[in-house]
Design a binder for this molecule. Sequence first.
Ligand code: UD1
Length: 421
Amino acid sequence: MDKFVIEGGISLSGTVEISGSKNAALPIITACLLAPGEYRLYNIPQLKDVRTIAHLMRVIGAKIDFQDHTMRVDTTHADFPEAPYELVKTMRASIYVLGPLLARFGKARVSLPGGCAWGPRPVDLHLKGMEKLGAEVELEGGYINAKAKKLKGNYIYLDVSSVGATGNIMMAAVLAEGTTVIENAAEEPEIVNLGEFLIQMGAQIQGLGTKTVTINGVKELHPVDFTVIPDRIEAATFLVAGLITGGELMISGCEPRHMKEVLSKLTDAGGQLKIENDVIHIRSTGHIRPTDVTTQVYPGFPTDMQAQWTALMAVAEGGSVVTDTIYPDRFTHVPELRRLGADVERKGNAVFIRGKKRLKGAPVMSTDLRASASLVLAALVAEGVSDIHRVYHIDRGYERIEEKLRKLGARIERVDDGKLY
Ligand code: UD1
């Protein structure tokens, strides 16, 4: 199993190129099931989660060719409407095949995603959405069995503005009979990007990027070529890397309009930012000001940056509070950050942080994707050497992070620690 060995204390400098968005790519790949044929998807990140969804698509019968950042998807013979437990258990986003399979084949059998390290993360809104569209949904033996002769448009109010449920319902509704209105829909850029892909395929969708998305079902869709948006979480993580190490970075190939809240918080925290088109330049003033954040749905501060922000605040010049309203249990990084010397204490859905001048290298363990990113950031400023175990978590969502960091001057190596688990 791979670990990262990081020698901290080096200010990063240089340019880093941002990859395509994982959370946009995943539903866009499954949306290819909605119309048989050949698609070419550009700016797809080379990530473990993307390879998992590609594997799942192959199980369903699609042909996938994935070179560099271009994925060719051929769904001409994709007709096995099932997502097995072995794949779904490794990645919750596999649930994104439910809507397309149901819309195209009138049936789907998809393993229920389990819980995860930070709370139960239910899929009830996905299932209620499918039922509202006229599907019969049954849970049996750990599987969701859904069927519908013909899906019919309906008014669907989401109790929680869920990214996944909005995407799944949109994908089911595009081929339904009549009009679907999703109220309290997710406004995240990844959902907008999925919607734009569906519109190019021939779908009729209004209100993308607002709380009310209206979909007029069409009889059929057609394959297209499409470019996925840049990953705003990867970009934000590198911005924090620049600030936390007291460095100066150019974050290139990103979409600053998707990152307004994070950019504003980075300025509050002492970063000097300059934005030109798709490049963000960050320079540290040598001071990290304590800055509270509370995660919110988009355009608020993203929960996917909560752990990285906690790492930044661990070396701020004073105390701060980081609160997660989206996932109140998403704090597995807290005890690991403490191993690096951070003074952080969790109370309910918040962490109270007393910033310290120094962290100290230590062996720590990745527990999930963003938690791992926070440990890498903390290790980059910690004195001495840190070993970060189980980096397979970080490989799910950051493309070649160690190579990108090395190019910026970081001392980071990937090493096989000889452990099987
Ligand atoms: C997506 C992102 C994830 C991000 C999250 C929130 C992908 C692949 N993953 O996850 O990186 O952290 O959005 O921005 O895009 N909920 C329910 N019932 C449901 C579904 C969700 O109660 O059926 C709740 C969740 O428990 C959570 C909130 O809704 O409290 C938001 O979750 P959701 O937006 O659905 O997250 P995901 O789509 O799983």
